[in-house]
Write a protein that binds this ligand. Sequence first.
Ligand SMILES: *Cc1c(COP(=O)(O)O)cnc(C)c1O
Length: 377
Amino acid sequence: MADFPNAGVRLNPHVAGLPPYNAGMNIDVARRRCGFENVAALASNENPHGCSPKVKAALAQLNPSRYSDPACAALRKALGSKLDVAPERIVIGNGSEEMIAAICRAVLRPFSTVVTVVPGFGLHEIEPRANGAKIVKVAMTRDLEFDLDALILAVRKKPSIIFLSSPSNPVGPALDGDGLARLIAAVPSETLLVLDEAYFEFSDEETPDGIKALADTGISYVVLRTFSKAYGLAGLRVGYAVTSDERLAQAMSSAKTPFNVNAAAQLAAVAALEDETWMRQSVAAVKAERDRMARRIASLGLFAPKSQTNFLFIDVGYDSMAAFDHFLSHGIVVKPWKEPGFESFVRVTVGLSAENDRFLDALTLLIGEHAAARTGR
Ligand SMILES: *Cc1c(COP(=O)(O)O)cnc(C)c1O
């Protein structure tokens, strides 16, 4: 062990044993791997239309020399009035990812139990495990809907936290009003409900707004939202938590680093909120493309659950890593799913129309090759 002078340092086994986060392939890496300059980046659910021009104008005012506001006062005030929530109940994060970590640090102890869903969002498992918690995964139904009865049973056992992304990443459906109400009614006072609404802006009109649905229910909750998806600010890293009470918000604030949200991110997020028109237009364009893609995919005879997000989860009937390589050879980056039982699924982000056509053409080829291999022709 002479090569490792610090090999005597004992690592935190909860952290050393974590599964890796399945991040989408970086675009420069993808360019080198496939040789295409023009890569279709359809792995990370970013906004293909970019962001509002008002964001770029606001960033021109940035003063990089000054520390950012640790309280994110302007952004919390803007969000408070948009959402009709006291700013004291809002915590801003370096992405909503950071808020997932802060919730876990604030609430969990070794051997706490956390409930989440499979297939699910990696960090809903990774962050609890980093804090030594035990994970209970509730499977979605065979047709990939939320299994509400199973979720209710799991939550009645009083876990410390239940993490649920609705609309679901990676699958796409959202809890409806009745479903959410039934779940809320089952949450015991010992349990924190975390509703991760990263894709809220893409959901159907009748899908409940978690912040409104949870208000005045008396349970402890956090609703997570982000500027990374609909608002197109993924690279700046800014998301937020709306909590049921100030005590929870303060505990989460204590659990994060003080200057967690940089000055550029704060300026950009405030400017983005001032241009909801841009956001709504880009979301409408993405939803129209999503539904067009879903129809083509169904016509190929493939299963992709109905999505209320900016992506589709497709059973390509093929090893997802082999499918990933196939798409990459056409200059397209998708996310191959790796959770046991879902290794034939890829998640594809809705991109610009031309990118989506490229994906659909490559998918048609993949299915054709697969069928040819099976019939030996
Ligand atoms: C993308 C995503 C996030 C993370 O968003 P950031 O704000 O970029 O950290 C959180 N939850 C889910 C379910 C997501 O898909």
